[in-house]
Design a protein around this ligand. Structure first.
Ligand code: NAD
Ligand code: UDP
Ligand code: UDP
Length: 343
């Protein structure tokens, strides 16, 4: 069926797409839920730079005003303190739905809240998309594959997920969010997009969020030992945040629903990651082994063939190039040099 172009979307409501002179809108009206968080704030920067009007909806559970403060005073930028578990009325063209804590430490802090955010929050944003005819993009996760029995993970793999474990509020929550998204697409003709994001790092990550890259970088800078959980042979694939944002925008603007894996196929064991952090920050940094957490996936690596073919997208920044960009941001935030607060 017919897909609206960005221009038509921005001016819908005018019969035949003919827009009376003088009331043409310049950019799209875009909502970014979770826009004060790590990924969301980088996405907001790109959308604002493109000329869109951006509304950030965030309850500041893990997000920070500092991440978007540089847009305060810009008439194209609005920030609403709001919890997506409550209904919300807005008039918009696109919804990037990111609101949800992403670090295991954060999402396990209040698991009931996490699953409510994933289920009720996603339902509300889909209800909003349905009411105003907006296009809706869900940021799902590689965790929908659970502890995968297939390697690397392809989008057609259904996953190996524990429904009653300590990570379930997040991975089963995101699986339900994907289901809701497809049901609103099939049942209510909402235009939807689904991204399955693999581990992403970069400036503005919470310094003490417990994720492995932020932990290792902060530890090395503070001259503390790098804490490797378990034997350190489990693997992850690390994507730099600007690559992810490019993928999300291509997905939103493109014609394909997905799901699409968005990740960097460069795979590292946690011991290898610790070595890259040593090389980058401090060759004398010590490594300390700690017991691993429950239900930790053993390996994870995206197959990105589908995104390459249909979105023309692939990551550009390898770990050894992206890590220093994050380190300089962490250095400033940890040691209090605010000469450049907006990386
Ligand atoms: P983040 O924690 O930095 O950002 C999440 C944002 O959502 C925060 O600003 C937080 O305050 C907000 N939020 C949380 N619950 C909310 C609620 N109920 N109502 C309103 N706002 C709420 O995490 P991130 O790394 O930026 O992740 C963004 C999205 O990408 C999440 O949906 C996450 O599941 C997904 N994702 C991220 C990664 C990654 O490696 N960063 C990997 C897979 C998926
Ligand atoms: N909703 C919202 N904003 C809107 C429209 C709907 O937050 O602009 C919420 C609404 O409160 C409901 C959910 O989205 O809880 C699903 O809405 P839908 O219209 O699909 O279902 P219904 O309201 O009929 O249950
Ligand atoms: N991990 C680690 N040391 C840390 C934090 C995490 O070795 O200080 C490991 C963790 O056990 C997991 C991997 O790093 O195997 C990735 O964990 P993270 O919380 O960053 O993300 P996940 O992919 O599990 O969501």
């Amino acid at each position: 069926h017919h897909h609206r172009t960005a221009f038509e979307a921005a001016n819908k409501g005018f019969v035949g797409g003919k827009v009376p002179l003088g009331i043409k809108r310049k950019g799209l009206r875009v909502v970014v839920t979770g826009g004060a968080g790590f990924v969301g704030s980088h996405l907001v920067d790109r959308l604002i730079a493109r000329g869109d009007s951006v509304i950030v909806v965030d309850n500041f559970f893990t997000g920070r005003k500092e991440n978007v403060m540089h847009h305060f005073g810009n008439p194209n930028f609005e920030l609403i303190r709001h919890d997506v578990v409550e209904p919300l009325l807005l008039e918009v063209d696109q919804i990037y739905h990111l609101a949800c804590p992403a670090s295991p430490v954060h999402y396990k802090f209040n698991p009931i809240k996490t699953i409510k955010t994933n289920v009720v929050g996603t339902l509300n944003m889909l209800g909003l998309a349905k009411r105003v005819g907006a296009r809706f993009l869900l940021t799902s996760t590689s965790e929908v594959y659970g502890d995968p029995l297939q390697h690397p993970q392809v989008e057609t793999y259904w996953g190996n997920v524990n429904p009653i474990g300590v990570r379930s509020c997040y991975d089963e929550g995101k699986r339900t969010a994907e289901t809701l998204t497809m049901d609103y697409h099939r049942g209510a003709q909402v235009e939807v997009r689904i991204a399955r994001i693999f581990n992403t790092y970069g400036p503005r990550m919470c310094i003490d969020d417990g994720r492995v890259v932020s932990n290792f970088v902060a530890q090395a800078l503070r001259k503390e030992p790098l804490t490797v959980y378990g034997d350190g042979n489990q693997t992850r694939s690390f994507q730099y945040v600007s690559d992810l944002v490019e993928g999300l925008m291509r997905l939103m603007e493109g014609e394909h629903i997905g799901p699409f894996n968005l990740g960097n196929p460069g795979e590292f064991t946690m011991v290898e990651l610790a070595k890259v952090v040593q090389e980058t920050i401090d060759p004398d940094a010590k490594i300390e082994f700690r017991p691993n957490t429950e239900d930790d996936p053993h390996k994870r690596k995206p197959d990105i063939t589908r995104a390459k073919e249909l979105l023309g997208w692939e990551p550009k920044i390898p770990l050894r190039q992206g890590l220093p960009l994050m380190v300089s941001d962490f250095r400033k935030r940890i040691f209090g040099d605010h000469s450049d607060a907006n990386p």
